[in-house]
Design a protein around this ligand. Structure first.
Ligand code: PMP
Ligand code: GLN
Length: 385
């Protein structure tokens, strides 16, 4: 048989780092500050809504674009929080998490050979989705420790093949929240070069200072922006995989074309439950930050005490550290050793760079774990010094 089996577009992608690190945590009995998923479920009432939905018979294929009440709830959310006015029928698409929306966006909006600009370090799914679409990811570096980018580098990254800019704010892994002036710059570039903005806002409700500004709200941007978000982080149900893409009807229709042949539809009862959660508005979203602020502070303090330079951003549930003060190892080796020696798992940020050496001293930690878990992790890290 002809080998290798993995086609050339996907070669080099390997296993996702998050699954790998969670497996390492399981194998070594370590505390898992690697993969970003909470160790407590979201609100009981939302769970009860899902159980009720199953009992009431929401168990067959839902409508292709998502159940009408969820599309309406997403549209209302976008209006209430961000002032974005959407037609639920044509401008909202429910997807299998933000992940599917990202993949469907790349698959439907890019021609083979197109380029997509993304800020590096970047969330792993962007590179994979671009690869599956036959597109090329062109990185623009966010510079530690403030995670600013050079506007000239951004301008240079645009070529005649550029189709889209992939923006993620609040940003995984750095926690950066893009500033209004940075967003203006991006918007100007999109207009000047007729680019689509694909924006991943799954951490839109996880901001510890500053505020979230969807790029779709900037002048002239609504008509060229596909906004992606998800219920996973906001409501702490990462396993439900209910996400959505919103934007102008032609963009959403394009993404729907790909989505319908990826999963067709997904998560019927969970769609009902997420519609319930969204319709409750701030009652649930206002819980997000208070629920994890203390864990954030505990982890930041603990890491600092253990000798790491913490370069926390203003959003997400991740902190990034420079490990130079603690070890001569590179991030990957350090994380392997950390698991076996200290019983703590974190993610080497080198995996978020096309050229891993650029992130070889950076490690990402999540604080979306119970306080006693963070306390224990911090104690273990303290013993490293
Ligand atoms: N985008 C970013 C930046 C993420 O961190 C994640 C992980 N939750 C996703 C997308 C995927 O979201 P979902 O679980 O809804 O597919
Ligand atoms: N978004 C999560 C993280 O960054 C993980 C989700 C996943 O494993 N795909 O850790």
């Amino acid at each position: 048989m002809r080998a290798p089996f993995l086609n050339s577009r996907l070669q080099g992608l390997g296993a996702t780092i998050f699954a790998t690190m969670s497996q390492l945590a399981a194998d070594t009995g370590s505390i898992n500050l690697g993969q970003g998923f909470p160790d407590t479920d979201g609100p009981e009432e939302i769970k009860a809504a899902a159980i009720r939905a199953i009992e009431e018979g929401h168990n067959q294929y839902p409508p292709g674009p998502g159940i009408p009440q969820l599309r309406a709830a997403v549209a209302r959310h976008q209006l209430d929080y961000w002032g974005l006015d959407l037609d639920p029928a044509s401008e909202v698409l429910v997807t299998a998490g933000a992940t599917e929306a990202i993949a469907a966006a790349m698959l439907s909006l890019c021609e083979i050979g197109d380029e997509v600009i993304a800020f590096e370090p970047f969330y792993d799914a962007y590179l994979a989705a671009a690869a599956m679409a036959g597109a090329r990811l062109v990185p623009v570096r966010l510079q530690a420790p403030n995670w600013e980018f050079d506007p000239e580098e951004l301008r240079r990254a645009v070529s005649p093949r550029t189709r889209a800019i992939m923006l993620n704010s609040p940003h995984n892994p750095t926690g950066k929240v893009f500033s209004p002036s940075e967003l203006v710059l991006l918007a100007e570039l999109c207009q000047e070069h007729d680019l689509i903005a694909i924006t991943d806002e799954v951490y839109e409700h996880m901001i510890f200072s500053g505020r979230h500004v969807p790029i779709a709200t900037l002048d002239e941007m609504a008509r060229r922006t596909l906004t992606i978000s998800s219920a996973a982080k906001t409501y702490s149900f990462t396993g439900w995989k209910i996400g959505w893409a919103t934007g102008p009807a032609p963009l959403v229709a394009a993404v729907r074309t790909a989505k319908q042949f990826l999963t067709y539809v997904n998560g019927a009862p969970f769609q009902v439950a997420v519609a319930y959660a969204l319709n409750e508005g701030r009652r649930f979203t206002d819980l997000v930050v208070p629920t994890i602020s203390e864990q954030r502070r505990m982890l930041a303090d603990g890491l600092t005490k253990a000798g790491f330079e913490v370069m926390g951003g203003d959003g997400t549930y991740f902190l990034t550290t420079d490990i130079s003060g603690v070890t001569d190892l590179d991030a990957k080796d350090f994380c392997m050793e950390l698991a076996s020696k200290a019983g703590v798992v974190a993610v080497p940020s080198s995996v978020f760079y096309l050229e891993p050496r650029a992130g070889e001293k950076l490690v990402r930690w999540t604080f979306c774990k119970r306080r006693e878990v963070i306390a224990e992790a911090v104690e273990r890290l303290g013993s490293l010094a």
